[in-house]
Design a protein around this ligand. Structure first.
Ligand code: P1T
Length: 379
């Protein structure tokens, strides 16, 4: 089955009681039992919910995985993955990553005795140099947030497999439509479902997909034991969102390419970060491991003046200024004060994230209007 058909049908059957074609919202906290322990497979809604089950199976199919497990947010999913480890275990993460991921690692799990190293993994040799006997997991984003760097999943997976450790890929920026990390050797793929999978900026959710049965069982145990589950209404909204994922992603990619080319040709723009541009250092790799370049574009202006960057962000009329990404509407974000504010400034700058960087989530509006808005805002 091809992707668009899977998005609409995989794991989804008409409701067995009524034939409803759309998966019902099972808005219930518990299920009536005939006799203690004698029930229809559902006991309590933190543990199982039919709406959530359908979404989990659909997500697993989209990532070519066997097991899908949903959480109350992307960070809820990250929290569950980090709970697979013990004090003394070391995790190596790519140095360009979502600020909240850095924060949960350094300010929560480091307190519990896990250790973290942040390494630039767009060169896989850097991973080889950083590995120690204590390293148990490697965590990457690709494309990275917010600098759109491309990490070679296959090359990193070859190293983690040789060492017998896990590779987690945060696939939020690509979505399963553009990239399937499990096929390239990752052990676990995670998503902020809040973004492209939900697609309409109306839900916060996270998901994990894996083919490793032992890891899936442990994560399901953590999902129930720790309790960060999404509600059934949110599961319904995401199931609805996913039905158009392939169509939305095609338009996100087309629009972002045109926006990137426009920015590249603008005399006031100094640098454009978009893997679809031929001069992007990860362009050839992106072409190989992705099926398109995605909807995220970052840029800086000549002179690196913060007030000038702020003025541009205040001047948009079609792009809305706000955190998040992946919705149908275009958004503009200032990573240094918003999504990446929890990473200390020295760390951010060491990784190449300037305070003047502007990040765009290019929506699926008419691209002429988006370019017109950029034209008037940049001036
Ligand atoms: O927001 P939440 O659903 O908890 O997901 C966290 C998360 C994880 N991974 C990546 C790559 C992300 O971008 C995010 C959330 N990011 C934003 C809110 C943002 O604007 O970048």
């Amino acid at each position: 089955m091809k992707f668009g058909t899977k998005a609409i049908h995989a794991g989804i059957e008409p409701d067995p009681t009524t034939g409803a074609i759309m998966t019902p919202i099972y808005q219930t906290s518990t299920y009536v039992q005939e006799s203690p322990g004698k029930h229809k497979g559902y006991e309590y809604a933190r543990t199982q919910n039919p709406t959530r089950d359908v979404l989990q199976n659909n997500l697993a199919a989209l990532e070519n995985g066997q097991y899908g497990i949903c959480f109350a947010s992307g960070l809820g999913a990250t929290d569950a993955i980090l709970k697979l480890f013990k004090p003394g275990d070391e995790i190596i993460a790519s140095s360009d990553l979502y600020g909240g991921t850095y924060r949960i690692m350094v300010r929560v799990f480091q307190e519990f005795g896990l250790t973290f190293k942040f390494v630039s993994l767009d060169n896989p040799d850097n991973l080889k140099a950083a590995l120690t006997d204590a390293t148990k997991m490697v965590w990457i984003e690709t494309p990275t947030n917010p600098l759109l760097r491309i990490v070679d999943i296959r090359a990193i997976a070859a190293i983690t497999q040789e060492k017998g450790i896990q590779l987690v890929v945060d696939n939020t920026f690509a979505s399963p439509y553009l990239q399937n990390p499990l096929d390239l050797g990752a052990t676990i793929v995670m998503h902020s479902v809040t973004k492209y999978l939900g697609g309409h900026s109306d839900t916060v959710m996270g998901a994990i997909v894996t083919n490793d049965e032992a890891i899936a069982q442990r994560l399901k145990f953590i999902q129930n034991a720790c309790g960060a589950v999404p509600g059934p209404q949110d599961c319904f909204l995401v199931l609805r969102g996913i039905k158009t994922l392939h169509v939305r992603m095609q338009r996100h990619c087309e629009n972002a390419m045109q926006v990137a080319r426009f920015l590249q040709s603008h005399p006031k723009v100094s640098q454009v970060y978009y893997p679809g541009l031929e001069n992007h250092p990860g362009h050839a790799l992106a072409k190989e491991q992705m099926r398109g370049f995605g909807g995220m574009v970052s840029f800086t202006l000549h002179g690196d003046s913060l007030p000038e960057a702020v003025k541009v962000m205040e001047s948009f009329t079609v792009f809305s200024l706000g955190e998040s990404l992946g919705g149908v509407e275009s958004l503009c974000t200032h990573p240094a004060s918003m999504t990446h504010a929890s990473i200390p400034k020295e760390e951010r700058e060491k990784n190449g994230l300037k305070d003047t960087l502007i990040r765009l989530s290019v929506g699926i509006e008419d691209v002429e209007d988006l370019i017109q808005d950029l034209k008037q805002a940049i001036g």
